[in-house]
Design a protein around this ligand. Structure first.
Ligand code: BMA
Length: 839
């Protein structure tokens, strides 16, 4: 019972949903999100429903099912996907609301839905990624109105389509425009639900409507910026309006009169800003934003839109060069090395702002400048992009197609076209958007995964499939970008070439899965470096504390069905163990196993990230798989579903530092590289100290170092040359300190043998606490060297200034974290400190 309660608390995001409605936007905006009921279709068993939401959430909050995330409940809940579900609500309209235009707007319906208003069909929806606006004047009346939505199961729709289609798809989910991951993924459950997943409301107005404002900026050579505002207004008839544009930060105000014609209208306003504050990504400068407000008005009507915009120029440079074809980003004219990760939905079912915020802030804290919104999830909520704008995180935006082939019939193509235009228009004003990408691993799948044979395609079917691919990814999507967001780049498929081909290391972006899927050693990452690494990864367990909430068992039983249900990769556990036994002693106790698994992941990913950074400028970016989880699971993520940073996230923060000393081949022939993001020249000293595990210096050596700025340079060959036979690999380390005069630019410690071969002492770690007004500080020290020191709380996830670090004798560490009301007593009773030494 206690477990269940804890589980409910942890997953409270599941229960809470929120929608933000811009109150100023329209004269009358009637929110229809409350008072919904739902029932299985024609069962007439009505219960209250949460909108925005989904059927699984509604069944759960009405205690009709157990929580789908808990244990192996998912497996017993598959019936939900095969049933039709019905939602209804009554709303009342006053005489005053019966204006010339009454429209009902659904920001998102998941997915195949028929909508009835007062028993008359007003809409058939078939795309989760589109919104729907329906004029309803002829259907509404003064007083009570009944809105009813019937959702038909996507699984049934997919099967029927498969029967009538010219060809089978590798996965029938491709027939529905619904989040691919709902059908199950190698890090997520299979729970194919339905529901009103985004806000629903009425918009009531007379005569005309301010539809959209498109903002484009251009930075001129003179340093000035021209900002244009394309204002779209739809009108029932001719009338004159006044348009006011206010930019308070600049103290600018533009006013113009405009004659509306019947139908669609476009009015352009232009503004020159003489010393613009540019939007820069994290690490390059501030993500400056301007506030703007547009008011359109005449005697009877006044409509307003207020928004932030940024002035920047982000381009993908993909050009033939001596190696193959480059792939890098230029921001405001400057090439930038991309550091980041792939993003999946932050919760399987519900929109959870807190989780999005925690994930994005964690990305920023780790030094990231880009996230890739991966094509198997959904186009993220507006909040996500607003936050990315304000944090300086660039967004690589996939269209929602992943690991499958797609139909090419007219209805499907039309649907895709509408979806793509709408989402490009919704997102294009965000300065964070860096790239539009057609799909995830569709081209790679078609060329390398053997679908042709498995599905026995005829030649004609193959031609149809290729034509559909070409139409969607080489025609429809790029044309939509050209029309609606022409300054931004489009990339048809990620990766551009599959990882089995040498060419993938020379051109375009690469997903490298030879490590993990191909079971290659982590060290292979040193060779397999392409021009831009947009995916690679390795799984790691989340904390043991969190694992214990996955199911009923008080300890983790790897063989239990309940626990295994939270590992979705068919060979996940085996692969972790195989890799673990290569570098670590495999622990028998479960808490230790979880700890080592986390460190194993961090170590593997350190090798990958640093290999990519060392190869700059040949390689110009690294986006690991994956930042976050959408439910409690063992996966490739660096942040678990509860928001806690795995050891990997702390390592990513260290490996993404703007100044980094990175060592290749530490155990055999350590070669040191210096990576800097500053473009100035540097002359510095590298102090090398060979020491034993008690901190005694065996020998020191100083190397003078010069670095020409921006990028990676080798600064010394084989470190072992400096110390010769004084090295005892299992009992000594080399400390590296990079100094500019007395200023320490970077400091690290190099272990010379695999963790399992180190002769670490079980000597104590001493620690003391200190509370300030807003933070807690832990001071740690030890007489012997400690590898991978972990600080954890028993019951709360917090972000420490560092964690899973090495502790050197005579070099105490001071680790801080936000206090969040923790008392000294709580701290003392809940904090745990351990390291590899104790295992
Ligand atoms: C990548 C992703 C996902 C998958 C991951 C791990 O290729 O695109 O499809 O979850 O691999 O297998």
């Amino acid at each position: 019972m206690v477990q269940k309660l804890l589980f409910l608390l942890l997953f409270s995001g599941f229960l809470i949903s929120s929608c933000s409605v811009d109150k100023n936007e329209y004269p009358i905006r009637e929110n229809l999100s409350s008072g919904w009921e739902f029932s299985e279709f024609r069962r007439n068993q009505w219960n209250s429903a949460v909108v925005p939401g989904c059927v699984h959430n509604d069944l759960f909050i009405n205690q009709l099912i157990d929580h789908p995330y808990f244990g192996d409940n998912e497996l017993g809940l598959q019936w939900i996907s095969y049933r039709s579900w019905e939602y209804r609500k009554t709303f009342s309209l006053s005489q005053r609301a019966l204006r010339k235009n009454i429209e009902i707007v659904f920001d998102g319906l998941d997915t195949h839905a028929e909508v009835y208003l007062n028993d008359r069909l007003i809409l058939k929806a078939d795309n989760m990624f589109r919104s729907w606006r329906v004029p309803v004047n002829e259907y509404v009346k003064q007083g009570d109105n009944v809105l009813q939505i019937v959702f038909c199961p996507a699984l049934v729709y997919d099967s029927l389509k498969a029967l009538s289609s010219k060809y089978k798809l590798p996965d029938h989910r491709g027939f529905s425009r619904k989040s691919p991951y709902h059908y199950g993924w190698d890090w997520g459950p299979r729970l194919i639900g339905c529901g009103i997943w985004k806000p629903v409301y009425l918009e009531i107005y007379d005569d005309w409507r301010l539809e959209d404002v498109r903002i484009q900026s251009e930075i001129l050579k003179s340093g000035e910026a021209i900002v244009t505002f394309d204002i779209s207004i739809s009108a029932d008839n001719e009338s004159e309006v006044t348009i006011d544009l206010n930019i308070p930060d600049e103290n600018r105000h533009l006013k113009s009169k405009f004659l509306l014609k019947k139908g669609s209208n476009l009015q352009k306003l232009e503004l020159t800003i003489s010393e613009p504050k540019l939007w820069w990504p994290n690490g390059m400068g501030a993500p400056d934003l301007y506030q703007a407000e547009i008011i359109v008005s005449n005697r009877n009507n006044k409509q307003l839109k207020s928004f932030d915009f940024g002035i920047n120029d982000i381009r993908l440079v993909s050009e033939p060069d001596s190696i193959g074809k480059s792939f890098f980003f230029k921001v405001n004219g400057k090439p930038v090395f991309i550091k980041g990760a792939n993003y999946i939905p932050s919760d399987f079912f519900m929109y959870d702002k807190d989780k999005i915020r925690n994930n994005l802030i964690s990305a920023k804290l780790a030094g990231m400048n880009m996230l890739r919104v991966w094509g198997g999830g959904y186009y993220e909520h507006d909040y996500f992009y607003h936050l990315a704008d304000s944090l300086g995180i660039m967004i690589w935006q996939d269209f929602m197609f992943a690991c499958n082939m797609y139909p090419g019939d007219d209805d499907f193509l039309y649907n895709v076209q509408q979806e793509a235009s709408e989402n490009v228009i919704r997102l294009r004003n965000h300065p964070c958007i860096a790239l539009w990408c057609g799909n995830n691993e569709v081209d790679e799948g078609w060329k390398n995964w053997g679908w042709q044979k498995q599905l026995n395609y005829t030649e004609v079917q193959e031609l149809y499939i290729e034509k559909a691919y070409d139409t969607i990814f080489n025609n429809i999507l790029p044309s939509i970008i050209a029309l609606n967001d022409s300054k931004r780049s489009y990339w048809p498929s990620s990766p551009s070439i599959g990882w089995g081909h040498d060419e993938s290391m020379k051109s375009g972006d690469s997903h490298y899965w030879g490590v993990w899927w191909g079971e290659q050693a982590f060290e292979v990452y040193n060779q397999k470096v392409g021009r831009f690494m947009s995916e690679y990864g390795f799984q790691g367990f989340p904390s043991y504390r969190f694992l214990k909430t996955f199911g009923d068992t008080s300890s983790i039983d790897f063989n239990s069905r309940s626990f295994r249900n939270h590992q979705k990769h068919p060979r996940g556990f085996e692969l972790i163990k195989t890799y673990m036994s290569r570098d670590f002693m495999v622990p028998s106790a479960n808490p230790d196993y979880a700890f080592i698994s986390g460190i194993l992941q961090a170590e593997g990913m350190r090798i990958a990230i640093e290999a990519h950074r060392r190869a700059s400028p040949l390689c110009m970016g690294t986006l690991y798989w994956q930042l976050n989880d959408c439910w409690p699971v063992i996966s490739w993520s660096s942040i678990d579903y509860s928001g806690n940073w795995k050891p990997f996230h702390y390592q990513a923060k260290r490996s993404f530092k703007p100044v980094l000393l990175s060592v290749e081949n530490p155990y055999s022939r350590p070669v040191v590289y210096l990576i800097r993001e500053d473009s100035t020249q540097l002359k510095a000293n590298l102090e090398l100290t060979l020491m034993d595990f008690s901190g005694n210096t065996i020998k020191t050596h100083i190397i003078s170092v010069s670095h020409s700025g921006l990028g990676s340079e080798k600064i010394t060959d084989n470190l072992f040359h400096y110390f010769g036979d004084q090295i005892n690999k299992s009992q000594s380390v080399i400390k590296l300190v990079l100094k500019d005069g007395n200023k320490v630019l970077f400091k690290s410690v190099l272990f010379l043998a695999k963790p399992r071969d180190l002769r670490l002492s079980k000597d104590n770690i001493n620690y003391a606490y200190e509370l300030t007004d807003d933070s807690c500080v832990i001071r740690l020290s030890s007489k012997k060297i400690h590898r991978f020191v972990e600080i954890s709380f028993n019951s709360s996830a917090v972000i420490f200034s560092d964690n899973y670090f090495d502790l050197l004798p005579g070099e105490p560490r001071r680790i801080s974290f936000a206090r969040k009301g923790y008392s000294m007593d709580k701290l003392k009773s809940e904090i745990r400190i351990q390291s590899l030494n104790y295992l």
